[in-house]
Design a binder for this molecule. Structure first.
Ligand code: DNO
Length: 349
């Protein structure tokens, strides 16, 4: 297992120098955030980012993410040119030597929450989601009011997208994912890059848009769409854990045994009702994710890929990007590192 940390580039209030001081940490998860969705990523830009990371004594372990253009998810004729661009970006990753690409296939929105500052009992704040509160959000003015989502859409853009998705249900989305993977996976194989699809977050349809990567059966299905070692998943405990029917240790064991977990996101959550949860500190005792058993399953199945502590709370008066401050993610990293060391020694004895 390689401990990694997400860094949002030079504008991130968290510096590489601080990340470097977290014990046991070797890898950075990052992206080129200024390239418009659909454009190919220039190799020199990726190489530049890699040099910056290496100059800080760290390694560029994962690209998270190259966003998939909506036309690809919608299956529009324009998708072929956009998929060509995506393949070019994968080639650039291979040439520069970044081995893992985390991506998602969620229509229109990436992760969504209804509260970015839920006050927890200990005085910290965390991200929270409640589908009843989501139903109250008015998107007729665009995405300005939507917590969590970084890409802003104007009211007109959003209206057009919702109209476009009227013709795309779960079956069409699956077909479009298959079409995409059939083209990009051979390129990834040739480039020495492993793709790792991120589960939908939260793992159910929102605003009437389909969401398909929600459980173990879906992750198995993705892997089966194109049978290649380059076609794998990001095992995200927080996303999958929001549905109590997902048995996380069992899922980690099954997908791990198939050798298709290429990246792990470790975050804990507390489910407080139907489609309602909030994020918590990382340890098992703090939430509903049995982090020890998840890591044990990964360890038992020989997982040796990148793993990162996912969303942290805001603690110690830190102000920063929701879910991505330094302090609580660093605490989480240290906890995960400790669990892993314990598990590794246990096995050797
Ligand atoms: C949220 C992240 C996701 C993830 C993308 C991957 O904090 O885990 O936004 O980066 O879904 O494409």
């Amino acid at each position: 297992m390689q401990l990694t940390f997400r860094w949002f580039g030079p504008d991130d209030p968290v510096s590489l120098a601080h990340i470097r001081q977290i014990p046991g940490l070797s890898g950075i998860v990052s992206a080129l955030y200024d390239i418009p969705v659909g454009e190919p990523w220039p190799r020199e830009r990726l190489a530049g980012l890699k040099s910056t990371i290496e100059a800080a004594g760290l390694r560029f372990a994962v690209v998270e993410s190259i966003p998939v253009h909506e036309d690809i998810k919608l299956g529009w004729p324009t998708r072929d040119r956009l998929i060509d661009n995506y393949r070019a970006s994968i080639r650039a990753m291979g040439e520069v030597g970044v081995p893992v690409l985390c991506y998602n296939f969620m229509p229109v929105f990436d992760w969504v929450r209804t509260d970015l500052e839920r006050l927890l009992e200990d005085g910290s704040t965390a991200l929270a989601h409640d589908d009843l509160a989501l139903a109250e959000i008015d998107l007729s003015e665009g995405t300005a009011e939507l917590p969590g989502w970084a890409t802003a859409y104007s009211p007109a853009e959003l209206r057009d997208l919702f109209v476009a998705y009227e013709d795309v249900g779960p079956d069409e989305l699956w077909e479009n994912l298959q079409y995409f993977l059939e083209q990009v996976i051979p390129e990834a194989e040739a480039a020495g890059v492993r793709l790792a699809i991120h589960p939908d977050d939260p793992p159910w349809p929102i605003f009437g848009l389909p969401r398909i990567i929600t459980n173990g059966a879906a992750l198995d299905r993705v892997i089966d769409l194109v049978d290649s070692p380059a076609n794998g998943v990001t095992f995200c405990t927080g996303s999958l854990g929001a549905l109590p029917s997902n048995d996380l240790p069992e899922l980690a064991r099954r997908l791990g045994a198939r050798g298709r977990i290429h990246f792990a996101h470790c975050r804990n959550i507390r489910v407080t009702g139907e489609r309602r949860f909030h994020e918590t500190p990382h340890p098992t005792a703090s939430g509903d994710v049995d982090m020890f058993e998840v890591l044990r399953a990964l360890r038992d199945t020989g997982f040796n890929g990148p793993l990162r502590s996912d969303h942290g709370r805001m603690i110690w008066n830190e102000k920063g990007r929701p879910g991505y401050g330094l302090h609580d993610r660093a605490l989480g990293t240290t906890y995960l590192n400790g669990l892993w060391e314990g598990l590794s020694r246990e096995v050797r004895r």
